[in-house]
Design a binder for this molecule. Structure first.
Ligand SMILES: *[C@@H]1O[C@H](CO)[C@@H](O)[C@H](O)[C@H]1NC(C)=O
Ligand SMILES: *[C@@H]1O[C@H](CO)[C@@H](O)[C@H](O)[C@H]1NC(C)=O
Ligand SMILES: *[C@@H]1O[C@H](CO)[C@@H](O)[C@H](O)[C@H]1NC(C)=O
Length: 368
């Protein structure tokens, strides 16, 4: 009896031993697998992980993105993401173009929308579109392609709405927009100064007589039934009484509008671009714009060529089109013939306003 009991307990001990051994082996085996996969994760895959977008920022990010370039959405796809947002054009040649486009796609993904620190505020038909297209070649400038009309028509929508329209920028980049009607909008200077006292203001001005004619030509192309230029420009032609309530005339009385701006901004915060020199010397004019914005002079002669048939300078390689972008696009419009007398009368009318304007700005625009 005692013998049988002994042998039974020996069998039990053997079973217990085998069981323990197999459990230990399994445990060891699993540990080995877990350890291996942990090693693989740490070594083999690390380089391919992209930084999370929220914590991203600065130079470190730029370095890391090299590794996940293939995971980035193509910049072409991003381009179509918003109709209000257009890329800064990549300009002709040079290494900086590639760097620029990389910075831009980084900015689009990781940058922030900021309120503009510079505005092209006027004037209509002065050459504002050209200045915008030229300045946005600069890698440190990101500009809104459309006119938001915030400080005149859309002010009620609030600054958050306005900021939402802006392209994303890196900290080093300037946000810019242009709306030419701001210059003649009574409330605009006060509203802009409430956004920031430090806003930089660019005004593109041009001989007010040619500006008025260009303005009228544009309106005529949309509404062919309007009265003649002369009928609109004068209240009494024989007396030489100019109708200063007509917008095409009023806009060109630059000094009156400028005085309103100078109640809110220092003259040093304003930069005046000559619409005439923009045609004869675009690089020189854009050089001064870059200086004013505190930018390195990157836009130079190399970016422009002169189209002799057109009689206007063109940008060599604007972004998002194979066509060169030229000043004076509307030149093809049938030009209204304005009598020499009318032009002289209007020159006379504007002269005192012009002279006061030159004196205030400290620049002779040579319109007289
Ligand atoms: C791109 O960004 C880097 C880092 O912010 C900067 O050093 C570099 O100058 C930028 N390149 C251009 C062309 O702006
Ligand atoms: C313009 O003024 C002249 C001289 O005062 C006057 O005879 C004429 O009727 C006026 N014309 C108009 C359209 O008011
Ligand atoms: C110059 O302008 C003319 C007229 O608009 C156009 O037909 C021509 O293609 C332009 N040439 C260049 C080189 O841009």
């Amino acid at each position: 009896m005692a013998h049988r009991l002994l042998s039974a307990s020996r069998v039990n001990a053997r079973i217990a031993f085998i069981f323990t051994l197999s459990v230990s082996c399994t445990y060891l085996f699993y540990n080995l697998i877990i350890y291996r996969s942990a090693v693989m994760r740490n070594q083999g895959f690390e380089g391919k992980q992209c930084p999370p977008s929220k914590s991203a920022g600065g130079k470190k990010l730029l370095g890391k993105l090299e590794n996940c370039a293939s995971l980035e959405p193509s910049s072409a796809a991003q381009r179509g993401s918003s109709h209000l947002q257009r890329n800064t054009p990549a300009a002709a040649g040079g290494q900086w173009t590639d760097m620029n486009s990389r910075n831009m796609s980084v900015a689009q993904k990781y940058g922030n929308k900021k309120l503009p620190t510079a505005l092209i505020v006027g004037v209509k038909k002065g050459g504002t579109r050209a200045v915008l297209e030229f300045i946005r070649i600069h890698p440190d400038v990101r500009a809104l392609g459309t006119e938001p009309h915030f400080f005149d028509r859309n002010y009620d929508r609030g600054l958050d709405w306005y900021r939402g329209l802006m392209p994303r920028t890196l900290d080093s980049q300037i946000t810019l927009e242009k709306t030419p009607s701001y210059f003649v909008t009574r409330e605009a200077p006060r509203r802009i100064s409430r956004m920031s006292h430090e806003t930089k203001l660019i005004v593109v001005v041009r001989n007010p007589v040619t500006r008025a004619i260009s303005d009228y030509t544009q309106t005529l192309s949309k509404k062919p039934d309007i009265p003649s230029f002369e009928e609109l420009a004068f209240t009494n032609r024989s007396l030489g009484l100019v109708d200063t309530s007509w917008n095409a005339i009023r806009i060109g009385m630059y000094i009156l509008h400028l005085e309103n701006w100078l109640q809110y901004f220092r003259l040093s915060q304003m930069h005046f671009v000559s619409g005439e020199r923009l045609i004869t010397d675009p690089a020189g004019e854009m050089g001064r714009v870059q200086d004013f914005l505190g930018l390195k002079r990157i836009i130079t002669d190399k970016h422009f060529y002169f189209n002799r048939t057109k009689g206007f300078p063109c940008l060599k390689k604007p972004e998002s089109s194979s066509q060169p972008r030229c000043l004076g696009k509307s030149k093809g419009r049938t030009h209204v013939q304005i009598e020499r007398d009318t032009i002289e009368q209007l020159q006379e009318f504007y002269r005192p306003f012009n002279i006061k304007f030159y004196e205030t700005v400290g620049q002779d625009f040579k319109w007289d």
